[in-house]
Design a protein around this ligand. Sequence first.
Ligand SMILES: [Zn+2]
Length: 107
Amino acid sequence: MAKRAQTGKRHTAHQQRSCIACRARRDKAKLFRLVRDSAQAVHFDSTGRIDGRGAYVCSLACMETAQKTRRLERALRVPITHEDYSRITAAVSREYAASIQRIEESL
Ligand SMILES: [Zn+2]
């Protein structure tokens, strides 16, 4: 008697998400998560754990595209002001710079 193969089990640690600008699918941990909190404010979520509706971008260039094309607003279903975008983009830039530095230090 052959045992029934286990199917459909996936590791949740490597969930794939799509960038809202270029649609590239990546490991969730490698994307920048933007989240709309319960007060309808949008933040960059460096921990990936803030509760709320989330959207992902893969790079600073895609963050700009998401702003220009309003894809971020559509994805999060909330209006986003220029001030919000400046704040979010600055936070993503800082995280991006920090991640580059971590890679260089590990080389
Ligand atoms: Zn992208």
